[in-house]
Design a protein around this ligand. Structure first.
Ligand code: HEM
Ligand code: HEM
Length: 435
């Protein structure tokens, strides 16, 4: 070893090591802290973008590793073996974690397109939607294993520095200076904590009913969303045994029938009587955002209402209808608002109201649901899926959700002004409902 000329990693390896360490720390914190509802939409997009960047950089790093020499191993025996195993484990995870994340979004019930940093369109993997839950589990477990490896790796580095007092840290430090590596270690941990507690503190991990921190512009007056009590008690599917809702491909958006879903809704209890009605409480938000030539356009509707009849334990019988006053659309700027409501976009003059009616609602897992339905917008009626989450319990629930709308199918955005607008408009909503 004394005869070895190389005392540290190449500059490229050091740069990639610390860049990836910082990115991973931020990404892990973001993954755990991002709210699981509409208020987390932008953070999800960021999580996907950073995750894909990590994946690509890991390939660069592996390429670098095999084309550049490294300093000889400093330690043999069990601890030397453990250190190497952790390094190999890191490479496996830096590929496995983002791949499973990519698989989650590729199999998700609502297909939200991935634009890396809002610019580079990223395709979905051709995977079976039934695997979604498995990928979610795998993604979480692998991320947690990553935290374990990180702990071992840092303890190992500290052991060399403070107990064995060798030059190990310097091998991975810019300029070979060990204290710089120590500083970078502190920076990595600080970044993790800042992201985790920054997001967690402001948005709440589980969206416990506090104010939403949304990027979309909120109606200045609090929205006039007001609920009406649902009346369709007799529209409810009568005696369909829930277990049998399984694998029919019934897809017709029949107006007054509950449509059977392809996937069995995990052990639901059977429906006893009509589902309870919920009144949408004032103060909810209905927003949308879409990429416009690399810039996000964020807007909202201030006037909308809805009727909801749903038993969260037996969602199959739910009936949901939402009405949106298109003339209440706003992008927060007078000129843009006029254009938005005009014939090229929402066409509020000819068709002032958009409606969405559910045809079939099912539980995806826990408090997460998917609702298929029909959207009538600008005179066009088409199937439109939304995903939502319920939180809270008893007679008052918080509802939040998203939908990805293929605007061109509804002739929204036809003139020159729409050329740079992305084809998918992401809608998000959040409101409280009381029984
Ligand atoms: C933040 C605290 C960190 C410190 C102090 C640190 C320190 C070090 C040191 C000193 C080495 C060289 C080991 C040797 O010469 O045998 C090393 C290698 C390595 N580190 Fe870290 N590291 C940190 C974070 C991370 C993270 C988060 C990752 C995850 C990607 C990581 C992945 C690796 C890998 C894969 C190697 C082996 C490089 C190779 O041989 O290709 N490190 N680290
Ligand atoms: C190295 C890169 C990545 C790391 C370390 C990471 C880490 C995490 C963590 C810790 C969570 C929270 C797990 C949980 O509590 O359920 C998470 C969730 C998630 N990640 Fe990643 N992720 C990475 C890359 C990606 C990529 C590339 C995508 C998509 C393109 C992605 C999509 C998701 C999604 C959709 C969730 C939410 C899953 C759920 O709510 O159940 N991740 N990620």
């Amino acid at each position: 070893m004394l005869g070895s000329t190389q005392h540290r990693y190449s500059s490229g390896a050091i740069l990639l090591h610390w860049l990836l360490a910082l990115l991973l720390a931020g990404e892990l914190a973001l993954g755990f802290a991002m709210p699981r509802d509409a208020s987390g939409f932008e953070l999800y997009q960021l999580h996907k973008s950073i995750g894909i960047t990590i994946l690509l950089l890991t390939f660069v790093r592996l390429g670098w590793r095999f084309t550049h020499s490294r300093p000889p191993k400093i330690e043999g025996g069990f601890t030397g073996f453990l250190a190497s195993a952790v390094h190999v484990g890191f490479y496996v995870l830096m590929i496995g974690v983002p791949l499973t994340g990519w698989a989650i979004v590729s199999t998700s019930a609502i297909s939200v397109p991935t634009m890396v940093f809002g610019v580079v369109p990223w395709p979905h993997l051709p995977l079976d939607a039934g695997m979604n839950h498995t990928f979610e589990e795998a993604h979480e477990i692998l991320a947690k294993v990553g935290i374990g490896l990180f702990a071992l790796h840092v303890v190992g580095a500290l052991r060399h520095h403070f107990l064995m007092r060798d030059s190990l840290l310097g091998r991975m430090a810019p300029g070979g200076v060990a204290s710089v590596a120590l500083g970078l270690m502190v920076a990595v941990i600080a970044l993790w904590a800042a992201v985790y507690f920054g997001i967690g503190g402001s948005a709440g991990h589980e969206h416990e009913g506090e104010e939403q921190e949304q990027d979309v512009t909120l109606p200045p007056d609090g929205s006039e969303a007001e609920g009406r009590v649902a009346l369709d008690a007799e529209n409810v599917a009568e005696e369909e045994p829930t277990e049998d809702l399984a694998d029919e491909d019934a897809e017709e958006p029949a107006d007054d029938e509950v449509v059977a879903e392809e996937e069995p809704a995990a052990e639901e209890t059977e429906t006893a009587g009509p589902p309870p009605s919920w009144t949408i409480q004032p103060g909810g938000t209905l927003g949308f955002n879409v990429d416009n030539g690399g810039m996000a356009l964020n807007g909202s509707f201030s006037r909308w209402s809805g009727t909801i009849a749903m038993d969260p334990e037996a969602p199959e019988s739910a009936r949901i209808a939402i009405e949106i006053d298109l003339s209440s659309a706003s992008l927060g700027d007078g000129t843009q608002n006029a254009m938005l409501k005009g014939p090229d976009f929402l066409g509020a003059g000819a068709n002032p109201t958009a409606t969405w009616r559910s045809t079939s609602v099912r539980r995806v897992s826990g408090n997460r649901y998917t609702a298929d339905g029909t959207l009538n917008l600008k005179g066009v009626s088409r199937p439109q899926r939304i995903a939502f989450t319920l939180s809270g319990s008893g007679a008052r629930r918080s509802v939040s959700g998203t939908a990805a709308i293929d605007r061109k199918a509804f002739n929204v955005g036809t003139g020159d002004a729409a050329e740079s607008v992305a084809p998918t408009v992401n809608v998000n909503f959040a409101f409280d409902a009381a029984r």
